[in-house]
Design a protein around this ligand. Structure first.
Ligand SMILES: Cc1cc2nc3c(=O)[nH]c(=O)nc-3n(C[C@H](O)[C@H](O)[C@H](O)COP(=O)(O)OP(=O)(O)OC[C@H]3O[C@@H](n4cnc5c(N)ncnc54)[C@H](O)[C@@H]3O)c2cc1C
Length: 657
């Protein structure tokens, strides 16, 4: 069993107690210690700037041309925090409890409680940085609801919360760059971790403009490289998001936690054809006010406007009256799939359900008319007033929908369907966010840590910033305090030379294949296997088939991939090839993990294990654990387990009814 190094004491006291007792590094010593941060999305930028401000020497890397282009910028809906500004019953405990329950009792209590505790500091930090959170008329910060909760605890900046938070983190990062505490390496891709005597001591990175390989040494390495949803090819993730940094760390000894746990988001624009390479999220914030429905009649071909109210099935409100349209994502996604599979889907593909704003527009219209003292306003005025309110709250999301589909969502209900969105799995980390390799840490979506089998909406931004601003500044000191006598490892150390040789050899091998199939086409085929057999629903037979198909695909990739261009130049096909090669290996592990977990929980839905009502059926007796996989050579992994002990929450069959 793996030891997560959870501090002793009561749940509420663990983090305080840890902070009071962890080792510290004095300012003069901090200046001598170098930390490498891979990724400058919300997790990496917040970590790099905080560590720079503390006085460490930080080197930060991202593959984009600027930290501001990290995938975090795409986050739309919001960030949770237990501020209880709405006085609606929220508390640190309730955020903790909702997250544990939302994750279907597959996350670690101590981490989740710490996350809920520091959530309140995040909002203060971001407000101090000038993040323009939405405010009420009177100036107080506004909140909205997200799935899996009955309170309003989500802070937001229109439909651009990630962008505004990232600008905040980026500003503080830039400040540290200007002060010389952080050195930024844009357009660099980490391609290996250098491990010496069991400790992470540096990385091999490729300059993506010149193609040159570089060696960088440090006393610790932080992997903040985001999630791996693009293993499915079609996902809501930024096109560049990939698993390479985490995968290289995995192959150097870091265990991979719960790789099969993927989040399929219920409100995305449906797939429209074979030539699509990207899916678009319609933020979960839209479930705040929107109502989801399908026709009550099977194979109904009428337009939405022709279907009368009593012939509409608001199936989430019907099945889950307590949470209605705000059930967690895994539940909402499965319910949409169930309706479509049963023949109630809408649109030409019949693989969509309606997300309807008509009732919200009318409701807001009445409120506005009341405010203006014109409660008897005619229907058209009410609708116009209501549209203005909706526009203010969700305008950019509605514009995006119209641009992509050509339909006006103020007039017609949107058509939506679930799509791959987030990965709860990732590098296994202990309470200190340290992987199984000493000095190698993982933060943000790259780790597996806080969301169990299903993440609640608006909790990823919270976790990334919690890890970077508030957790790692303490926990890394506990490790680095013992490193003050060690000078930075020179980059001509044999381990660096060897690692660089391996990376160069792999690149050379890729370029020398000169086959016929494009990287994109092989990635697409991987995605189809993953979606069909390790997607929203999985079963043992499909997973066994998928493992064989992925192994064959891997052979094909390494014998027939075609990569144009040269090594020592900017070559985006080569960059992509390396990433897809890693996705293929990861895909195999995801299927092995899904096959191994003979239960359903959260986003991991094994068809063999469901309740009579089609809900996920856990097996707490045998699977109340994190699966942490150790790489042991090509196609081989060793399974380790971290037992999950629930001391405060009593696991039960999740109910949102
Ligand atoms: C469309 C969309 C909307 C979302 N909306 C919300 C929301 O409203 N609320 C919420 O809580 N969550 C939301 N999420 C989830 C959330 O955005 C992500 O989980 C979070 O932003 C991840 O942040 P991160 O810092 O871990 O990684 P990222 O933002 O993905 O950053 C990864 C960084 O790592 C770098 N990198 C990666 N590999 C390498 C390498 N090999 N070498 C060098 N650098 C590397 C990249 O350059 C980048 O800087 C949304 C997700 C999507 C897809």
């Amino acid at each position: 069993m793996l030891d997560a190094k959870i501090p002793e004491g009561s749940l509420e006291e663990k983090w305080n107690d840890y902070k009071g007792h962890c080792k510290l590094v004095n300012p003069a010593n901090k200046r001598k210690l170098e930390i490498i941060v891979i990724g400058t999305g919300l997790a990496g930028a917040s970590a790099a700037s905080s560590l720079g401000e503390l006085g460490y020497k930080v080197k930060a890397f991202c593959f984009q041309d600027s930290p501001r282009r990290a995938h975090s910028i795409a986050a739309q809906g919001g960030i949770n925090a237990a501020k209880n500004y709405q006085n609606d019953g929220d508390s640190v405990f309730r955020l903790f409890y909702d997250t544990i329950k939302g994750g279907d009792y597959r996350s670690r209590e101590a981490n989740v409680h710490r996350l809920a505790e520091v959530s309140v500091n995040i909002i203060d930090q971001c407000v101090a940085q000038g993040v323009p959170f939405a405010r009420e008329y009177g100036g107080l910060l506004s909140n909205r609801s997200f799935g899996g909760t009955q309170v309003q605890r989500t802070f937001y900046a229109a439909g651009q919360t990630g962008q505004q938070l990232l600008v905040g983190a980026y500003q503080s990062l830039e400040r540290q760059i200007a002060l010389g505490n952080v050195k930024m390496y844009n357009r660099h891709e980490m391609l290996d971790v250098v491990v010496i005597d069991g400790k992470a001591r540096g990385i091999i990175a490729r300059n993506l403009i010149s193609g040159e390989l570089e060696r960088h040494s440090g006393h610790a390495v932080l992997i903040c490289s985001g999630g791996y949803g693009n293993v499915f090819y079609l996902s809501t993730n930024a096109m560049g998001s990939n698993v390479t940094a985490a995968w290289k760390a995995h192959k150097k000894g870091a265990f991979f936690g719960n790789p099969c746990m993927t989040q399929i988001h219920p409100t995305c624009i449906p797939v429209s054809g074979e030539h699509q390479s990207k899916l678009t999220l319609m933020s979960e914030s839209l479930r705040n006010d929107g109502r989801i429905w399908v026709p009550k009649k099977q194979n109904d071909t009428r337009k939405a406007s022709e279907i009368p109210e009593d012939e509409r099935d608001y199936y989430l409100e019907r099945r889950y009256p307590a949470y209605g349209n705000l059930v967690p994502r895994d539940v909402a996604s499965r319910a949409a799939k169930e309706r479509c599979d049963a023949g109630y889907g809408v649109g030409t593909s019949k693989q969509a359900v309606y997300l309807d704003y008509a009732a919200a527009i009318e409701r807001y219209g009445h409120v506005e008319a009341g405010k203006r003292g014109t409660a008897n306003a005619d229907a058209a005025t009410i609708i116009e007033l209501g549209k203005d309110v909706v526009k203010e709250k969700y305008g950019n999301l509605f514009d995006m929908y119209e641009k992509i589909t050509g339909e006006n969502p103020y007039q017609l209900p949107m058509r939506i369907y679930p799509a791959v969105h987030y990965t709860m799995g990732g590098l296994w980390v202990d309470y200190e966010l340290q992987t199984t390799v000493a000095g190698l840490y993982a933060l943000g979506e790259a780790n597996f840590s806080d969301h169990g089998a299903n993440r609640l909406g608006a909790s990823a931004l919270m976790q990334g910033l919690a890890d970077g601003y508030f957790v790692i500044p303490y926990t890394i000191g506990n490790f680095l305090a013992d490193e003050i006598r060690n000078a930075a490892t020179p980059v001509d150390h044999p381990a660096f030379i060897e690692a660089e040789k391996e990376v160069a050899g792999r690149i050379q091998k890729l370029m020398s294949i000169k086959g016929k199939q494009s990287v994109e086409s092989l990635h697409k085929r991987l995605g189809k296997i993953m979606w069909d057999k390790c997607g929203m629903a999985r079963n043992a037979q499909g997973l066994q088939e998928a493992i064989q198909e992925i192994r064959q695909l891997k052979d094909e990739f390494w014998t027939d991939v075609k990569i144009p261009g040269e090594i020592n130049e900017m070559n985006t096909e080569l960059d992509k090839a390396g990433r897809v090669a890693d996705f293929i290996e990861l895909g195999e592990l995801m299927c092995i993990d899904a096959l191994n977990r003979n239960e359903s929980c959260g986003g991991h839905f094994r068809e063999e294990y469901q309740t009579e009502e089609g809900e996920a059926l856990r097996d707490d007796e045998n699977y109340m654990n994190v699966s942490a996989w150790e790489y042991n050579g090509d196609h081989k992994w060793i399974l380790h387990k971290e037992e999950l002990k629930y001391e405060v929450v009593k696991p039960s069959q999740r109910s949102y009814k």
